[in-house]
Design a protein around this ligand. Structure first.
Ligand SMILES: [Zn+2]
Length: 473
């Protein structure tokens, strides 16, 4: 609690308004350029906050007297809903609990007020942090968590729940319900195609939101028909855009080739008309897609790019850096041809992400930051994901919508989050420059508002001894 108050007091010019005829608020942001995340329109407004919610929005020329202990000057600033990173991981075993906990303030420093935790092995800690953050006892983003992933037996990721029989499905879903998770995350390392589809169907029947990878032994249509809420990563969408998906699925079932070997075939058989049907189907099923373009850029070029001087690398404790070794080794050990193919696939995914966006399939901006995901750092990587989306040809406005607006809708939290509206939770980011003009401006953060609390990224950067981690004001 002490540290939090320090961040708070040092961060802003605090003054009391002594005018007599006034309504009182906990926090007022005066005269800012408020960005309507739906239309992209900008209007000069003041935002009035009480008890962590927006209670009034007023045109800036409307000078009714009001008082607040804290008044922030929004003149020439740009105000957006706080960013959402829709795909992060807290994980790496007990020895990395503190390292993961330390990531929380990196999200806040980067204006990320909510993260969607796509599954890991630290569920009891994550749920504890979630509660502490909710109680404002801990500095961090609101966490919506999947808890442990669902997969088969001896799954790739530690802590996953094993579904090996039909009976295991209810056991797994019951235990997730008992953990009070916010959605169900499915992974594809071991689970059979049949049980994967049945798990989605059962979770959907129970009203649970699902997202996942997809075993290549099932088709994308089967997965969409089962009711999956979001497809993580683009491999699975690519599969659904192939004119030969059925034949390739059969070949994989028969063990003729595996996941990576199928990629070349899927690209070669990508068909615009099949893709259009798949995009329509994604929309009809209201299924979201999480492209994770930035981590694709990083992992596809591990053999070429030296990350030694990454600004955020020095913030990563050695235990985290150690987890980066697996993917680095596998990149360096793969053949020249395999590395080339991976790069071509990565390039293909950029155009696929744009096609999805142009077709108005709902996308989610997620970084996939966390242990094991080499050089994809908590906080900053969401900005890199937004930039990767814009580099792929997606508009700045849509990229921004993919973060907060779509994130809130996907998790059905849009009555509280997603836009700047009266009644919604006052999680906001105040930028010094306009992100609709240059997406890099999402990093040019003045203040981060989380409920009633005001955070100055400079204070956090100073505290973690990394002033170069933020854009200099
Ligand atoms: Zn992930």
């Amino acid at each position: 609690m002490k540290k939090r108050i320090l961040i708070f007091i040092l961060s802003i010019v605090v003054f009391s308004c002594k005018n007599e005829v006034q309504t009182s608020y906990d926090l007022i942001i005066e005269n800012g350029n408020v960005i309507d995340i739906v239309s992209g329109n900008i209007s000069k407004q003041s935002i009035f906050i009480n008890e962590g919610r927006i209670v009034k929005l007023a045109n800036s020329d409307d000078e009714s007297a009001s008082a607040s202990e804290i008044i922030l000057d929004g003149t020439d600033k740009y105000i957006l809903p706080g960013f959402w990173d829709n795909h992060v991981h807290f994980r790496g075993g007990d020895s990395l609990i503190q390292a993961n906990k330390d990531f929380l303030k990196l999200f806040i420093m980067n204006g990320i007020t909510t993260v969607r935790d796509a599954g890991g092995d630290l569920t009891s800690s994550v749920m504890e942090w979630k509660q502490q953050i909710e109680n404002t006892e801990l500095v961090g983003p609101t966490i919506f968590s999947a808890g442990p992933k669902i997969d088969g037996k001896s799954a790739t990721w530690a802590g996953s729940l094993a579904v090996e029989t039909e009976d295991d499905i209810s056991v797994a879903l019951d235990s997730l319900k008992a953990l009070n998770v916010d959605f169900v995350k499915l992974y594809d390392s071991r689970i059979s195609g049949e049980l994967y589809l049945k798990t989605i169907q059962e979770a959907t029947k129970r009203g649970m939101i699902t997202s996942g990878h997809m075993p290549f032994t099932v088709t994308l249509d089967e997965t969409l028909d089962s009711g999956i809420g979001a497809i993580e990563h683009l491999y699975y969408v690519l599969k659904g855009c192939s004119s030969e998906e059925k034949q390739i699925t059969e070949a994989i079932k028969n063990g003729e080739y595996g996941f990576w070997a199928s990629m070349e075939k899927l690209i070669a058989t990508y068909q615009d008309s099949t893709a259009e049907n798949t995009f329509e189907s994604l929309k009809e099923h209201n299924t979201y897609v999480v492209p994770t373009l930035h981590i694709g850029n990083v992992l596809s070029y591990l053999d070429e790019v030296n990350h030694e001087n990454d600004t955020y690398l020095k913030l990563m404790p050695s235990g985290i850096v150690k987890t980066y070794e697996g993917r680095i080794r596998s990149s360096l050990n793969s053949s020249e041809e395999a590395r080339q193919n991976r790069k071509e696939l990565n390039t293909f995914f950029k155009s696929l992400a744009k096609s999805l966006s142009d077709a108005n399939v709902k996308l989610l901006a997620g970084s996939d930051s966390g242990a094991s995901n080499s050089y994809t750092y908590p906080g900053i990587s969401l900005h890199q994901e937004l930039k990767a989306m814009v580099d792929a040809g997606i508009s700045n406005l849509k990229a921004l919508q993919n973060s907060t607006y779509n994130g809130a809708q996907f998790l059905k939290k849009d009555s509280d989050y997603g836009t700047i509206e009266v009644g919604k939770i006052s999680d906001l980011v105040i930028l010094n420059s306009n992100p609709l003009e240059d997406i890099n401006n999402t990093r040019d953060i003045d203040f981060v508002i989380k409920g009633n609390d005001v955070f100055n990224p400079e204070i956090i950067a100073n505290e973690i001894n990394c002033m170069e981690c933020i854009v200099n004001k």
